[in-house]
Design a protein around this ligand. Sequence first.
Ligand SMILES: Nc1ncnc2c1ncn2[C@@H]1O[C@H](COP(=O)(O)OP(=O)(O)OP(=O)(O)O)[C@@H](O)[C@H]1O
Length: 424
Amino acid sequence: MSWADRYRPRSLSELIISTSSLEKISQWLDQWKEGVPVKKALVLYGPPGVGKTSAALAIAHDLGYPFVEMNASDQRNRESMKSIALMAALYQDISSDFGIPGQKKIILIDEADSIFEGRSSETGGDTGGISELLKVIQRTSNPIIITMNNYYEFRRKGAGKGILDSSLAIEFIPYKRRNDTDYKSFKVRLNRKIYEILQAENVNVDQRSVNEIIEKNGTDIRSILNDLESLRNGSSSSGLSLRDSQISIYNVMQDTFRSGDYLKVLGHLYGKDFQTEDYLMWMDKNLPAECVNETDLMESFDLISCADIFIGRVMKKQHYAFKGYAEEIAAGVSFKIKDKNRHYVKYEFPSFIMQMSKLRERRNARKSLSLKMGRLTHMSARYAMEYLWFYNIMDRHSPDFGRYISEKLSLTEPELGVLKRKRL
Ligand SMILES: Nc1ncnc2c1ncn2[C@@H]1O[C@H](COP(=O)(O)OP(=O)(O)OP(=O)(O)O)[C@@H](O)[C@H]1O
């Protein structure tokens, strides 16, 4: 199943449409909950891939009605329209026979404008199907939803005008200008949807590539999702690829543990934009959870420690060519793990990196606190740093001191932590 199908909005609240369109649809739904409204048909029109069919399905879901669907491009003739009408009528009769009063169903006529395709103009392109549809609308007590691309073309032909006049028509994507607030909210919601899909699919694409895809496809969400998916499959026509985009440490690690494809992992490592030493730390932390076989675990750790030696040489001698050696050795873990773990493993953040970042934060807080205290007491930051122990004692013996200093110097949370000598 494609991403566009898998992530089709199920309810109206998940649909990315303008507030005014949503309001109109909601009002129409409310009317159906109370009885049979004057406008029994809802026409949703707009360019492809903007959510017309999804909206119809979401309406059926939200109303809790079953639906009968007819794709007009498949069966364009009078008979099929008749059978729809018959089914709708039958359904109600059966419902009332079984004592289920008022059970309605939605009749969906998808891509209605294709009913005219290839028809002669003598009858306005209509072979009877459209006039039959008009009759269904007039007689039915079921909600009818009609989707189409070209509203004005439809209106010009046969009974098209009659249908549109007796329906509530809503245009999809009526963004007038690019700085329109609806367009802005469309982009925010679209980005959120994309982010959620990428998370669920465990795929990492950088924002630049996402923006380019949105820019290229405009408001066609189906094409946007298709392009993103083809990026993942490596068959993108957009000129972008995951290589250009950021590949997360998480994905590379997963490929190292599970793909068994040494060259693929090496390719990721050459194009990565994270540090090799971070990659080694992540591997070190998560190897035990991934390896189900002790020998695999031992041999993999051996490779990681070997790679670490080369990273050490990079740091000591500033010999950056050794980084490549470290990567080639570490990627070897992909063929060391022979027994693949088939279960889901939640990777953990390496505690060392976390500890280091906390230490870095603490060091910076020490510096900035010393600078502030130095200014207050007319001494250098370096000198003030030597007296931090003293300020801490002052604070412990007189809580007012801490409060006073904190307010006077507008101390940040980490700086206050240093003053109070809070543990990391
Ligand atoms: N407004 C939207 N909100 C959320 N997802 C959308 C929206 N529009 C399209 N999509 C995504 O694109 C897919 C295709 O949308 P849909 O079939 O509803 O478009 P359409 O407007 O009916 O297109 P067409 O005119 O080609 O039939 C959906 O399954 C969904 O994943």
